[in-house]
Design a protein around this ligand. Sequence first.
Ligand code: CTP
Length: 481
Amino acid sequence: MIQQQRFNLLLGVSGSIAAYKAAQLARDLMRAGGEVRAVMTPSAVQFLPALTLENLTRYPVAVGMFDAAVQSGGSWHIHLARWCDVMLIAPCSAATLGKLANGICDTALTTLALAVPPASLLVAPAMDTEMWTHPATQRNVDILRSYGVRIIPPAHGDLASGFTGEGRLPELSALVEVVLSVIGETTVQHNPEQHPANEPQQHSREQAQVQEPQTPPEQQPAPEEEVRRAVERPDETLQDAIDARKFDVELEFEALKSGKTLNTWKGKTVVITAGPTYEKIDDVRFIGNYSSGKMGFALAEQAAQLGAKVQLISGPVALATPHGVERTNVESAQQMYDAVMPHADTADVFILAAAVADYAPAKKHDGKIKKSDTGETMTIELQQTPDILAALGRARRSGQVLVGFALESEQVQEYGREKLQRKNCDMIVANAAGKPDSGFGGDNNTISIITKDGSMRSFPPMSKHECAREILGAVERFFAT
Ligand code: CTP
C-alpha cells in the first residue's frame, strides 16, 4: 500500500522576528507527514503567541521549564527528546545558538535540545547580517557542527531591519525539504508520488543546502547501506511504541510517588566485563575470539555518564578507557573470574558483556611448542573455564541486578531464556550471531532484551552506544521495582 512517510518532529522556536513564520512552518511540516510538537523560548512568545502553535499542533507548547502543562510524568524533556525523529530549531536566534553551542540549559528549548542526539538536531539561524557574521556566532556554529548538529545556513535577502544581506530564515518549503531529506536518510520513502520533495520547487537548492557536520567521508554509510538497514529493521508497531513510553512514564511517576530519587544511578557500583579472553597454549600462541570489546566499553561509558561508579574488567582490546571509568586489564577467563568475584558482595549491577572462552588448554606449555615435537597432527586437551556469570548467579545478594549476554545463531528467545534461568540472572541481552549489524567487531549491534518475567523486546540495528542506553534503561526498571 502506498502511504505517506510519517515522522515525529519537535519544532523549537526562538526569539527572532522570523518566529511569526513558525506557525506556517508547523502546518507545512504536518502536511508533509509530521506529528509536530512545539517548544518556544520566552523571547519567541513576544513575536508569536504560544497559543497559536498550541492550536495548530493540538499539543501543549513548552515555554517555561516548569510549566504544569508539560510536566506530566516527569522528565518531560527526555521523553519528548526520545519521542522525536528530528528536532528543528527555526528560527534560531544568536542567543539560542550560543546556548546550544555551550550546553546552557536555561530555557525549555535548550534543555530539550541537549537531550536530542546531535545528529537529529537541525538548526536554522536567523538574525541580522552583522550578528550572523560576528566571530562569536560563527564560532558557535563551528562548535555545533563539530558535535554533528546540522546547520541550515540563512538565506540572503531583505531583513526586518530594512537592510539587505545574509541572515533571513530560508523559505519554509526549503526547511521542509531539508527535514524530509534527513528523515529519508534512515527510512525508506514509500510514496515518491506524494512526497512533497517531488512537488514543483519554488525555491532554489542553494537556499536549502544543509551544511553537513565535518566528519570524514569514510565514516558516512553508503546510501544503499542505509536503505538495506532500514529494510531489515523489524517493525515496531505503534501500539508497542506507545506502551513502551507509557511504561517509562508510569515507572517514573511511581518512583516520584514513593519518594525514590529519579537519579537512579548515582552511588551505584556497576561492574562490566568486556572483550575477549586469551587462553594460553604456549608462550606465543593462544585460543581467542573476535570480540572487540566495543559493546562493553559503550556500556561502561554510558553508565559513568549516568553517574554510576564503574569498574570495567577488560580482556585484551585496543580501546581507550572511557572517562570516569576504573579499568582492570586481564587476559584469561581465570584472571577475569579472579578480578570480578571480589565485587560479588558489593556491586549493585553486573553486566557481563565479555566473550569469555568456554575452554582453555588443560596444560600450559612453557616456551614454544616445536613442530618437531608434535608431528603431523597435534591434540590440545581443553578444560572448561570457570563460568563467571553462573558463579555470580549462585552468590547473588538481594537487590543486585545481574545481566548476561548471549550470542546465539538460532532460537534466540528459547536459548536466551534457558541461559537466563540456568545462570540465575535478571536479564539476558541476546545478539544474533552471523548477521550484519550484530555481534563482534562492528560499531552496530542488533539486540533482544529478555527479562526474567519471560518477556523479550527486540530492537532494530543500532549503534552500540544506543544499545547501551537501552540496556541501561532496562536495568533501571529493576531498580524501580
Ligand atoms: N560467561 C561467563 N563465563 C564463562 C562463559 C560465559 O561469565 N566462562 C558469560 C558471558 O560473559 C555472557 C554469558 O555468560 O554474559 C553467556 O555466555 P555464552 O558463552 O553465550 O554462554 P554459555 O554458558 O557458554 O552457553 P553456550 O556456549 O552453550 O551457548
